[in-house]
Design a protein around this ligand. Structure first.
Ligand code: FE2
Ligand code: FE2
Length: 271
């Protein structure tokens, strides 16, 4: 059993998981080569000053027992950065964009990192927010996996918690925030009305494609979740990276952990 801090990865004799190498693009070196602690700061014109701001927004929005007035505070006036982020996300996450990004990244031909190396790489992503109140990316991964361990779940589940956000390394290769984070949705079929800020889909070219706007769109009824193309982001990418190493349950967790309209509103029943 190899040990990395509080993270225990199974040995190859126990399971194939520890052989998992994250296939990733080579880190753009240059300044980092001379200074290994260099960080990637989110550009000041990015809509989210903190890469997880959208998640905090949704957690608040979906909190149970919220009154109508409280619910309304989750709009573009109260949260301009998050609203701008979703405006871009809903405009640019087209069917063609998702397919093109799958082609670009799902070949996993960008290089290799161990899980811990990938976590350290991700930790170089620094938000323009109060460092005293926000968890680093590694702290978030540890907190998630340790909470899963505390609840007595199996070891593959603990590891799933640790790796669930490693796909955010996409940010470090220049992918825009709207192409990495945010809740995901199927492309190539009608948008669920339960997706946050649905009005922003008006600017998505797919809205003018009649096939993409039917209930099943390009998919067969009851085809199964794995046949869907989701809006591109960190979930789908890490799911693809780990597909030969983790059990099916884990892969579903990785691939759909930001699919809020399914978690919260059962859009999933359609497929
Ligand atoms: Fe995530
Ligand atoms: Fe997360």
């Amino acid at each position: 059993m190899s040990e990395v801090g509080e993270i225990y990865l199974p040995s190859p004799a126990v399971s194939p998981y520890s052989q998992a190498q994250l296939a990733v693009t080579q880190i753009r070196l240059g300044p980092m080569e001379e200074n290994p602690v260099a960080t990637h700061v989110i550009p000041s014109n990015a809509p989210l000053k903190d890469i997880d701001e959208w998640d905090d927004f949704l957690t608040g929005r979906y909190q149970e027992g919220k009154s109508e007035a409280e619910f309304r505070q989750y709009d573009e006036k109260a949260t301009p950065g998050v609203a701008e982020f979703y405006r871009l996300n809903h405009q640019y996450q087209t069917f063609d964009y998702a397919i093109a990004k799958e082609k670009e990244y799902f070949g996993l031909n960008k290089g290799e990192k161990s899980i811990w190396e990938a976590a350290e790489f991700l930790n170089t992503l620094v938000d323009d927010s109060d460092p005293d109140t926000d968890l680093t990316q590694i702290e978030h991964l540890l907190q998630t996996s340790e909470a899963i361990r505390k609840d007595g779940h199996p070891r593959w589940f603990v590891l799933t918690g640790f790796i669930h956000d490693l796909g955010k390394v996409l940010c470090l290769w220049g992918e825009p925030q709207w192409g990495v984070v945010g809740d995901t949705f199927p492309v190539g079929c009608a948008y669920s009305k339960d997706i946050v800020f649905p009005e922003y889909f008006k600017a998505n070219p797919d809205i003018n494609n009649p096939l993409y706007q039917t209930k099943y769109g390009v998919y067969e009824p009851n085809c199964g979740l794995d046949k869907l193309h989701m809006s591109f982001g960190h979930d789908g990418y890490i799911g693809e990276v780990m597909k030969n190493y983790m059990p099916e349950e884990s892969l579903y967790m990785l691939r759909y952990h930001s699919f809020y309209s399914a978690h919260r509103h059962e859009q999933i029943q359609r497929v």
